[in-house]
Design a protein around this ligand. Structure first.
Ligand code: UD1
Length: 319
């Protein structure tokens, strides 16, 4: 029988892409989302949808009326900057929300939990590319809560007092981009923020000198990593970096996106503002562990992934 997967945050950018692919592959899917940033139109009509908040145990428990075999826990506040403005909200959603999911997994004896961790767990890396074994010293409040959630999941996976085995995997995702990343939410990832800026004809703002760099990974590659890991025992109890293994500076990203729209800095306004708190300098994933244990390899070239994302953005914007 097809496995039934609960996708928390399944109306959001990452969660809805996961839900669609799970359904394409024949899984049954339940989605819980409070629609705070997620969109109704992202929800796959074949999924069971529960409008609810992971911060509320009662909402979470509603998802388990039918047997759940696997949980993809993605719901969370996803903004570094917002975490400084409202640390308690970030803490409640990302940590308490994760604890509620874990409690439900235990109560309903769900054997498998995959958790959306973040490269912000590393803070200032020892060196790049970053390996999973390197120090984790988050420098944003957001990074602290994502890392705490990761540890709660993994520590639960080690518990021997439970009457069943809960197999946990955490993915430290780098800068995920692609279709459905919000074009209007200024807190949802630099790629779609810049694309949204250009579509609206407004200036692009670079925080800091723009020489900071990120590892951009396409949502389709990320989706494949998660879904293939469901039944892969080598991933049980493990943490994986999910990135492209390459990096590009924010300055170069701006130039790339402007070029894709037939523009350049000569005819497009780019403003520099001071660096914001919690901003990491250079991030680049060492993906050898995922390559080895998950037999996973990012397949989508940056140029192709960006072309697809920009096409989607134009279609969506001018619809
Ligand atoms: C991002 C995600 C975070 C996720 C992490 C790993 C957001 C807001 N953050 O963190 O949730 O866990 O990747 O996948 O989605 N920048 C500008 N101008 C802008 C916007 C951003 O210069 O208008 C700069 C930022 O200061 C930063 C870089 O671009 O240096 C990347 O920003 P962003 O994608 O927002 O956040 P990350 O910290 O990389």
């Amino acid at each position: 029988m097809a496995k039934h997967v609960l996708v928390t945050g399944g109306a959001g950018f990452i969660g809805s892409n996961f839900a669609d692919e799970l359904i394409n592959m024949g899984y049954k899917v339940t989605i819980i989302d409070n629609l705070s940033t997620g969109l109704k139109e992202n929800i796959n009509p074949k999924a069971i949808f529960i409008k609810g908040d992971v911060k509320k145990p009662k909402d979470v428990e509603k998802c388990f009326k039918k047997r759940i075999d696997v949980i993809f826990h993605i719901a969370g506040c996803a903004s570094t900057i917002k975490s400084f403005h409202d640390p308690a909200a970030d803490l409640f959603t990302n940590v308490l929300g994760t604890i509620n999911i874990i409690n439900a997994a235990i109560k309903f004896k769900v054997p498998r939990l995959l958790y959306a961790s973040s490269m912000t767990s590393y803070g200032v890396p020892d060196k790049i590319p970053i390996k999973e074994t390197m120090s984790t010293r988050p420098i944003s409040y957001y990074g602290i809560t994502k890392y705490a959630g990761e540890r709660y999941c993994l520590a639960t996976g080690l518990r021997k007092d439970l009457s069943f085995k809960l197999n946990v995997t955490a993915f430290r995702m780098f800068n995920v981009y692609g279709r459905r990343q919000s074009l209007t939410n200024p807190y949802q990832g630099v790629v779609s923020i810049f694309i949204g800026n250009v579509l609206r004809g407004e200036p692009i703002t670079i925080f800091g000198d723009g020489e900071q760099s990120r590892d951009y990974v396409h949502i389709k590659d990320v989706t494949r990593a998660w879904i293939n890991a469901i039944d892969n025992e080598k991933s049980f109890g493990e943490v994986f970096n999910i990135g492209s293994g390459t990096r590009m500076s924010i300055n170069n990203l701006v130039d790339f996106i402007l070029r894709a729209f037939g523009k350049s800095r000569k005819n497009y306004k780019v403003i520099y503002k001071p660096e914001r708190p919690g901003d990491q300098k250079h991030m680049q994933a060492d993906i050898s562990k995922a390559q080895k244990l998950l037999n996973w390899q990012p397949k989508i070239k940056f140029e192709d992934g960006m072309a697809d994302t920009i096409n989607w953005a134009k279609e969506t914007w001018y619809k």
